[in-house]
Design a protein around this ligand. Structure first.
Ligand SMILES: [Zn+2]
Length: 101
């Protein structure tokens, strides 16, 4: 079952929950509120590409990692912003606004 990230709208506690694709969001473990929303804080496709470079015998240079990040991150960020809105991305995935360093 997939693992989802949520943030409680009442107390802003982030938490993870594992459940089926079409199951409802579980309530906040901190305050019990059912008003929660799913967030995507990870950057799977970008990170996978970066890791693949980094994992190639550890031969990826910092420049290669930087250019990979610069190439993948805006694409991922746009996808998330289209889906979740700019505010959500800025708030919950701020690392996507930064360049690789
Ligand atoms: Zn809560």
């Amino acid at each position: 079952m997939p693992l989802y990230d949520y943030v409680c709208e009442a107390c802003e506690t982030p938490y993870e929950a594992r459940h089926g694709f079409d199951a409802p969001a579980p309530p906040c473990p901190a305050c019990g509120s059912a008003k929660v929303h799913r967030v995507i804080t990870r950057a799977p496709s970008a990170l996978k590409g970066i890791m693949a470079l980094a994992g190639s015998g550890g031969n990826a240079t910092k420049e290669e990692l930087q250019s990979k990040w610069a190439e993948e991150t805006p694409k991922l960020r746009k996808k998330l912003a289209d889906k979740l809105g700019e505010d959500t991305v800025n708030r919950y995935a701020p690392s996507l606004n930064h360049s690789y360093d």
